[in-house]
Structure formats: C-alpha cells, structure tokens
Design a binder for this molecule. Structure first.
Ligand SMILES: Nc1ncnc2c1ncn2[C@@H]1O[C@H](COP(=O)(O)OP(=O)(O)OP(=O)(O)O)[C@@H](O)[C@H]1O
Ligand SMILES: [Mg+2]
Length: 233
C-alpha cells in the first residue's frame, strides 16, 4: 500500500482547516515523511503561500472536473509514489465533492492509496450536516472528526459528542479528536507573517517558541492516534 491521502475538510468557513493542514504537514515532515501539498482554496491559498516554497505543492480547483483530474494525476505520479498527499480544502468545498468526488473515490483502489478525511468542526450543527453529505459522496474515505479547541474544549462539543454521526464515524473505525487551541498572539504571528510551523519554531522570540512547543506536543498526541504508523518514522 502506498502512502495515504489526507484530506482536511469541514466545508465551513473559518473552522480551522488551514491550521490543521499546517499542523499535519509539520507533523509528517518532523516524522521524516515527504509531503505533497494540494491546495484547493484558490481564492485564499494561505497554506500554499506559506508552505509552497518549502514543501512540494500544487494549486488545484476542486470546483471543476479538471481539478479532480489533476489531483488524481498527482496522486498517481510515479515521482510522488513515496510522498504523503495532504489536501487543504476551501469553505463550501462540499459542492465540488458532491459533483465530482466519486472520480477520486473510484480510483483509490487503482492508486493503491487510502483516503483519510480529517473533518474539522466547530460547535454548530451545520458542521455535522456537511459531514453527512461528505460521507455519502466519499464512501471509501476513512473519516476522523477534529473538534477545534479554538471554539471550546471537548466538553463544550455537546451536539457532536451526543450525535448519531459520532456513533457512525466511530463504528467505521473513525476517531473523535481534539485539536489544541494556540495562544492568539502566536496564531496571529504565524498567520500575518506567513510562517511555517518549522520556521516559527526556529525564529520567533522565546515566549512564542515556548507556546509553540506546548501546542506542537499536543498536536503530536492527536495525530499519533490517526496517522498510520507506516506514514511516520
Ligand atoms: N486551534 C486554533 N488555535 C488558535 N487559533 C485558531 C485555531 N483554529 C483556528 N484559529 C484561528 O481562526 C482563524 C481561522 O482559521 P483557519 O484559517 O485555519 O480556518 P479555515 O477553516 O481554513 O478558514 P477558511 O474557510 O477561510 O479557509 C485563524 O486566523 C486562526 O487564527
Ligand atoms: Mg483555509
């Protein structure tokens, strides 16, 4: 089995998709993996702008059939055989997934890659409804749900925690995870200066770096649960 495809989804705006994508790239690269980033947020390609010069990457529009062809070709390219594919999705990505998602869903077997969706949610109901739509469009994806701690800790996610969708995710082997909240001062620095996590870990003042180290340790604990052993170390 080749390296996985990780799709960071959520479909809602501002839930933390880009932040989870950056954390995942950093986690994989720190574990010695080679990563190919697929940035699908063509209107605000923030992860690509930050990581594009250091991590191999490509901009792809998943609102169009052409974009899905490009995505699948990147996944199947012999040069990328040993790389993990990380897809950062845009808000309202569900429309493209609904229309064309089956092209990827149906080629996974031939690609020999597993599709793992990391579904980022906030505390509102529509996050869960959008997840249902995604599961229907991509039945071959393994789905894990990420409660973003930025919107409150795990116990505040009552709607998700007691939901049927949680039961169905976990029945299929998916996990319910919690993504750590990062201090605003540091998050603002990383966003406005477009710093990779690695660069921020090296260059920022000592206080910011200490907070980043704390956050990274929690991020590692979270990803250790779902990122397959053969995709790390
Ligand atoms: N875990 C977190 N800790 C600290 N800040 C966070 C966290 N998650 C999100 N944020 C803040 O929320 C804002 C939105 O996050 P992000 O850009 O990752 O969301 P998104 O889902 O990618 O948004 P979009 O739909 O616009 O692409 C960021 O500016 C970031 O500062
Ligand atoms: Mg984003």
């Amino acid at each position: 089995m080749s390296k996985h495809i990780y799709l960071v989804g959520g479909s809602k705006g501002g839930v933390g998709k880009s932040m989870v994508t950056m954390a995942l790239i950093d986690y994989l690269e720190c574990s010695g993996e080679s990563v190919v980033l697929i940035e699908t947020d063509t209107s605000n390609p923030d992860v690509y702008k930050t990581y594009g010069s250091e991590t191999k990457g490509q901009l792809v529009n998943l609102e169009e059939a052409d974009g899905w062809i490009k995505l699948i070709n990147v996944c199947g390219d012999a040069d990328n055989k040993d790389s993990v594919i990380v897809i950062n999705t845009r808000a309202a990505n569900n429309q493209g997934v609904q229309k064309y998602g089956e092209t990827l869903n149906d080629t996974l077997e031939e690609l020999g890659r597993k599709l793992v969706a990391l579904w980022v949610i906030n505390r509102q109901r529509d996050s869960l409804e959008l997840l249902k739509d995604f599961q229907e469009a991509m039945p071959n994806a393994m789905v894990h749900v990420i409660r973003n701690g930025y919107f409150g800790d795990e116990s505040k996610y009552q709607l998700y925690n007691g939901s049927k969708i949680r039961t169905s995710v976990e029945k299929s082997g998916g996990k319910s995870l919690s993504f750590p909240d990062m201090a605003d001062l540091l998050a603002d620095d990383i966003y406005t200066k477009r710093l990779t996590i690695a660069k921020a870990s090296a260059d920022l003042p000592i206080g910011n770096r200490a907070e980043l180290k704390r956050w990274k340790a929690l991020v590692s604990v979270m990803f250790d649960e779902v990122v397959n052993d053969n995709q790390t170390k």
